[in-house]
Design a protein around this ligand. Sequence first.
Ligand code: KG4
Ligand code: ZN
Length: 339
Amino acid sequence: MEKNCYILGIESSCDDTAAAVINNDVILSNVVATQKIHEAYGGVVPELASRAHQQNIVPVVHQALQQANIDKKQLSAIAFTRGPGLMGSLLVGTSFSKSFAFGLDIPLLDVNHMQAHILAHFIKAKGQEPPSFPFLALTISGGHTQIVRVSDYFDLQVIGQTIDDAVGEAFDKSAKILGLPYPGGPLIDAHAKKGDSKKFMFPKPKVSPLDFSFSGLKTAVLYFVQKNVANNPNFIQENLEDICASLQHTIVDYLMDKLKNAVKQTGITRVAIGGGVSANSGIRAALQEAEQKYGWHVHIPKFEFCTDNAAMIAMVGALKYKQKYFADNTVTANARMKL
Ligand code: KG4
Ligand code: ZN
C-alpha cells in the first residue's frame, strides 16, 4: 500500500455516529458521537437514531479529518458500514459515503460491521497484540452475540449465534426490570462486584452447543422479581447487589460454556472478544482464568475499539484497499448483511 494512504471510516449502524482516519494500520483519529436521546426511552428508537445520524455525520467527519490533521483531498478511499444494523441509520452513512467518495473521485469500500468488530484486533495500538490465524472471535454487545471461526481476514465462518436477544440486551432488559436506567449493563456489573453470585439461581437456556438464547432469561428475571416483590416490596433494594451478582454469574458462565464448546469442537485455543459487553469484569475475569486453567490465548482490544466505532471500519477498509476489494457506486445498505 502506498505510504500516504489515508482511509476515512464511517460507522452509523445503530446509535453511534462515528468517523475515523487510518494511515497504514495506525489510527490517526477516532471520533464517536453517542446519541444520548435514547436513554429517556430505555432503548434505541430507530427513527430518532436516523435523525441524530443526519445531524451528527458532517461535524463528526469534519472532526475526524481535523484530528488526523489531513485535508479531505488527501483521502485515498472511504470505508463505510454497509450492514448489518438499523436500515434508517445505515442509509445515512451509506448515502453520505457514496456522495463524498463520488465528489472526491476516490474509491468506496463497503464494510460488514461484524467483520469490523473482529478485525479491530488488527489495529496497531500499544498493548494490543493481534491474534494469529486461526482464532475464535466472540462478539458480544447490545446488538450481537456470535462465535466466529476466523481463518483469515476474509475467511470467516459463523459457528454459533443467538437465536433471539443479544447478550447486551439481556443485561439491559434485566436492569430495566430491576429499575436501573439504560444502558444497565455497566450498572449490573458495578453492583455485581459487591454481591454474592451464589445467592440466587437463574436458568441457563438450552439450545444447541454453540448457539445462545437470552429471551428466557429476561422472562425468568421478570417472574423472579414479581414473585419476590409481591412478598416484600423492598426486595429489590434489599437484594440488588446479590441479584446483579447472581445474574452476571449466570450470563458469564453461559458465555464461557459456549466458548469451551467452540474450543473443544474446533481445537482452536486462541480466543478474541469484542463488543461493548467485553468491558464486563466478570467475563474478563473468566477469560483470564481460562488462560491459566486451559492455556487459552485471550485477546481483548482496547475499549475504544470494542464498542461501536469507526476505527474498526477504517481498519477493514485498509485491508480491503490493499486487495482492491472496492465497491461500485450502486452499492446499497443491507440491514441483514451476513458475514
Ligand atoms: O458495542 P456497544 O457499545 O454497542 C452495541 O450494542 O453495538 O455495546 C453496548 C452494550 C450495552 O448493552 C451495554 O449495556 C453493554 O454493552 N455493556 C456492558 C458493560 N459495558 C457495556 N454489559 C455488561 N457489563 C459491562 N461492564
Ligand atoms: Zn457493534
